[in-house]
Write a protein that binds this ligand. Sequence first.
Ligand code: SAH
Length: 226
Amino acid sequence: MIQEGRDTRGIGMTSARTRERLVQRLAQHGIDSVPVLERVRAVPRHLFVDEALASRAYEDSALPIGHGQTISQPFIVALMTQAITADRPGTEPLPKVLEVGTGCGYQTAVLAPLCSQLYTIERVGALMRLAKRRVAELGIANVRFRHGDGMEGWPGQAPFDGILVAAAPAQVPENLLAQLAVGGRLVIPVGPAGRQTLLRVTRTDSGFEREALCDVSFVPLVQGKG
Ligand code: SAH
């Protein structure tokens, strides 16, 4: 069950109307995928942040989630989800997607219904357990969680039709490229703090195509399990 008590306490700051304003803002800033905007409208972001920050949950900004990590800015969550899911041949949901850096699970909850099966890896065990509970509370049942190092990908489930990485390595990890299906897309921030670019890498029959989407600011992708 969604925590109704929390849901109603924010004196309107966490209401559907506030969420609708966020959706309008994302649409104005170039998010044009209707399924992605519907997911932002549907997912109660305030349930993924600390109660003290709930009234700020529908601002378009990153917020702390503990363990030195942040919940991504809604615009970036929407942009990454769109970059993975939109404008593809066929209309069926993406069969298999890998997410690296589960964090609080908000991106997981936005993305999961847009794919058949989502695999998500988080290196901080406490964050993973909390994210797992929140995603289950929303009735989302097509996600498998793993506490581990996402730089290694999830070899037993590869290849993936999409890979979304929510923390920035210095370079695109070879393991993740190797786990991409032909036609699959990897969306990943790359570069040092303050100078990161969000990339989309698409695997083709003959190799990989890279596109730069925008400048971003993510926490670093850290090697090894936390
Ligand atoms: N989309 C998430 C973003 C969380 S921030 C959200 O909206 O909450 C990025 C997350 O990546 C952090 O939780 C961090 O612990 C995790 N992370 C960093 N390096 C990692 C790695 N090698 N493997 C898995 N997770 C990692």
